[in-house]
Every structure is written in structure tokens, then in C-alpha cells.
Design a protein around this ligand. Sequence first.
Ligand code: NFS
Length: 664
Amino acid sequence: MAKKKVRTPEEASRDAAAIALLERALQINAETCFYRADEITPCPIGADGLCCRFCAMGPCRLVGDVDMGVCGATRDVVVVRNFARAVAAGAASHSDHGRSVAYTLLAAAEGNPVYKIRDPYKLFEVARYLGVKVGDRPVEEIARDVAIAALGEFGRIEGELLYLKRAPVKRQKIWRDLGIAPRAVDREVVELLHRTHMGNDQDADHLLDQCMRCALADGWGGSMLATDLTDILFGTPAPVRAEANLGVLREDMVNVIIHGHEPTLSEIIVAAAQDPEIVAYAQSKGAKGVNLAGICCTANEILVREGVPLAGNFLQQELAILTGAVEAMVVDIQCIMEGLVPLANRFHTALITTSPKVKVAGALHLEFDEHRALEIAKQILHTAIDRFPQRGEVFVPNYRSPLVAGFSHEYINYALGGSYRGSFRPLNDAIVAGRIRGVVADIGCNNARLCHDENHYYVVSEFLKNDVLVVQTGCGAIASAKKGYMTPEAAMEYAGPGLREVCEAIGIPPVLHMGACVDNSRILTVLSQMVTETGLGDDISDIPAVGMAVEWMSEKALAIATYCVASGAYVIMGGVRNPLAGSPEVMRLTTEGWEQKVGGRLEFVEDPKEIVGRSLAHIDRKRAALGLEEYNPAKWGKSGDWRMRQVLELPFEARIEAVYGGRK
Ligand code: NFS
């Protein structure tokens, strides 16, 4: 059989460090996901959502003349079942992560010496939402009750999730009227799985309602709890400077990559790496110390709180090992490629799994136990240090970019209004006036079928030019950090005139890093607070905003997309084929149908230009519906540092003319 066409490194990535390492992979004949994506043709039947594998009478492939499975299941139902299973798995993943953090909070409250309550104010705020009395009780007692109340949200027996009250009132009513207000996190996941079992829910519209209810249980439940409880334990993020890309790996130090999603162990590794005993041990092996760097969302968690540099995003996990400079890659849960094992075996890298939920055959398993957290963290670091003398040839591409991350909704509120009058008013006013045309949340993954980071770079640069404020989480955020969009100075270079003025006045980057993917819950909070602030309608669906994941690949991304739509947002999933393409009726239900029901719509658009065009059109439509002035960039840009820089470049007379209107 003829070999498939394999992309060149330049065709496979837009990131210079990744390109250099893909060239290295070719030289040493190492296989990566980029190569495998070229070798494996995606199954077109599965890609359209038309493969029914829900019972042993199949799998039924509904193609050609076949429009029903053996049981009579229609294309509409099969397509929704596949989508629903993905939403359930995505919601389960984020939410189960939230549950783990709740157990860590419980351990901290019960006296675990390693974990502390770093943000008691957030604890009090969360206590209020969860109906826990604050009064003058000891912090540990409140933390214990908060942890137990949070755990109760996963299996509550009656009523609905307490956090739903954080949504705009109008939104809550929409959910209740439709019967999609989530009751308990676990219950909605289980019910969605139940309803997709053979012979169950066979009405696409009805099944899609449960998709929304399950996803909402993640967005306003499991994920939001994960964010809040992590803030309580490790601190609510505030701006922090760091660097991003594989050039953060150090040739003179033991490099440990922390990869996955949960901060509970990695936070302790950060502390242990600075322990004099660990530093001395590293020095005894010829290294200067231990250098930590992150991949995927664990990276984002420890970046926004500890300033640990980002080594890269999802598609760079294998490339990090290819540098030959990584002594250990420590993984916890989610987005970990099995392909790391054969690659690590070619180098001296120890691939270490740590979660009781995740083992990878061939990796070293050092299981995390929060009661022995520090001891395990040190054991991991010892293992890494022991590998340092075995290090062979090293190839670290010298690319890294500065960034400022850590834009929690609390910090944005403070930055806009100051500590005495923290408020979203200036943001709302900037949108009302048209300085900021609208807001885009570009979140989510990389996908090996696409050119790595290309879509992220393209859409973000276009939105900035068009005065759209961009907020990001997950691997999309890491892409922008590497590209240099996340410094205050970036506004001068990349932002349109209105957005530039706002960024200059407040001193923020034009692209705000809001954390890991569970922290998309922060975006829901920002949108809700913008509604409360008034001037932009009375529901999330009124705000000139769009959500997107332009290189999505994971089931979690579909869960996020669905809860954003159910919260009223227009969401575009980009890059790869539409998994609902097998049913025009399901595509209608998730676009027009959901727009009628919840005010948001879900679209799958492969072309990034089309994504930008549809987003700007949506933002302008929402502006018009609110009666706001038409967006006009010519009105802005006549003040501020950027303008001053322009003026200073003029010849003397022209400068006098620009500033004073000529010599008087
Ligand atoms: Ni989000 Fe984070 Fe990255 Fe995608 Fe994976 S790391 S939870 S799923 S790949 S953005």
C-alpha cells in the first residue's frame, strides 16, 4: 500500500520550537502524534457520528442506503447518542476533578499539615453560596463544612445545584422552565449515560435537553467547584509574570515536566523542588537544581498561582521528551498520550503516573496520597534527579516568550475598579462606547489533524485587530502565551485602537489568561457579573460575546461548549469535522433549536476565516440589539502611549503640529 503523505514540520505546526523538534524527530526517526495523524485516516462514518456501537447487534454503520440500525435507531438518534456520550464523559472528567479537590479541602480542614487555606476570603464567599454559616467560627471548621457541602453537590438527593443561583435570574428561569436545571452532578452524568443505553431515549430533541442539563452540572457545578476550592487551597490567581515554550527547559538543571490537570500534587512538587535537601541532592548529581515546567492544564494551574513556566500545550508533550533534557514527566489525569511511553523509553526520561485513577502501561507508578503528599513529591524528585547523570545529547530549541497570566474574575474586577470600588463597570462602559467591540473566549485544545496552533494564532490576531477583548484558558491560552499575546506591551503591537486604549489605561494584556479548562467557570462568572452591572442586557445571551474552541479534540471540549450554549452563548467549534454532520435534523436542533430554547447556538466551522467572520457578525448583531453605537474604530486611538510613540517618530515640526496644532 502506498505510504500516506506525511506533513513537513512547517506544515504540522506554526510554533518555532515545535517545528525544530519535529525536524529532530525526523532525524532520529522518532514517531509522534503528528506522524500518526498523517498515517491514520479518520473513519468518515464515525466522524459524522453515524457509527452505532451501543449494543451487540451492531456496530451499525448508517451510511449509503442504510438509515436505520438493526433496532430501528435513526440517524438522528445515533448522532445524538454519540454526542451525548462525549458530553457525559467530558462533564464527568472535569467534575470528578472537582470532587478530588473537595476531598483535598476536607483533608486540609481536618489537619493535613501540607495543605493550608490560602484564601480564607474566597472560603467565606463560597460558604455563602453553599449555605454554610461563617460567623466567627474557626476557618478550619468552615472549610470542613464547605468541603462536605461541595461533596454533597455531586450526589444531592433533592432540589437543584446551589451554584445555579450565581447565574442571572432570567437564565435560571429559562433552565427551570425547560426542566434542565441540574439536580446533582453525578445524577445528570448517570442519567445521560442511562438515556443513551440501547432502547432508551429515542427522541433527539429530548436527549439533547439532557445533554444541556448534564453539561450545566459541569459548568455551574463540578468545574465551578473545582475552580473555587482550588483557589481556597492554593490562592486566587492574580497577575504573575512567567515564560512559555520549550526554551524554558534548562540544560544545567534537572528538568521535571508536570503534565495533566490536578494541582493537588504539583503544588507540593513546586514547594519540594525548592527544599534545600532536594537542591543539594540535585547538586550532588552535577545539576544546579530542579527546574519545573508545565504542560496542559496542570501547567496553567501552577502558572497562574506559582509562576511556574509553561513548557507547552497538548501537542508538545511528546516534543518535550524529544529534547532529551527531561528527567521526569509527572502526569496525573487527562490528556496524557500513551505515545509518551515508547518515546520516554528512547531517552532517559522517567514517565511517572501518580493518580489512583490513571496508570499507563510501561510508566512508573508512584501513587499520590494526600496524607503523604510531601514524601511522594520528594520521591518523584529523587527519581528525576537520579536520571540526570544518564542524560544524553540534549536539543532544547531556544524559544520562549514572556507573559503575564492569572486573570481570575476577582482580579479583573479589582483591576477595573480598584480595591474600594471593584467593578465590571469600566468593561461594560468600554463595550457600550465601542472601544471594545465585544468579547471572545478562545479556549480548548490542539488537534494533531490540524496545523498545531495555527487556528489559535489566526483567530486571536484577527479579534485583537478588530478591538475584541480575548480571554483564554487551557491549551489555547498556552498558544497565545507562546505567541507573545499575553503581555501588556502586546496591546501596542496587536490590538486595534479602542482595545489598545483600554489595555493601556488598565495595564492589562489584550489577551487574558484565565487559567485551566475547569476555569471556564470563571468566564461564566465574568459574564454573569457583566449582566449584573447593567448596560448589556439582562442575560448572558444579550452580551456581544462568542465562545470557541478552534482546535478542539477532547470530549471535555464538547461538554464545555454545551454548557456555554445552555448558558446563552454562541459557540463555534473549529478545525475538525462536525461530529453532528450525519444528521441535518440534529444540526438544526443544536443551532436554531437551541437558539429558540436557550438563546445560544452550537456550530461546527472548519475554516478559521469563517469563524472570525461569523463571530464579528454575531457581536455586531448583539450590539445592535442592545441599541449600542455601531462599532467604529476611527473614533479611537488618538490618545495613549501608542499615539505618543507615533508622534515621537515624526519630524520636529510635524510633532509640534500633532501635539499643539503648530507653533503659535
Ligand atoms: Ni482542556 Fe486541559 Fe488542553 Fe484540551 Fe486537554 S489540556 S482540560 S482538554 S488538550 S485544552
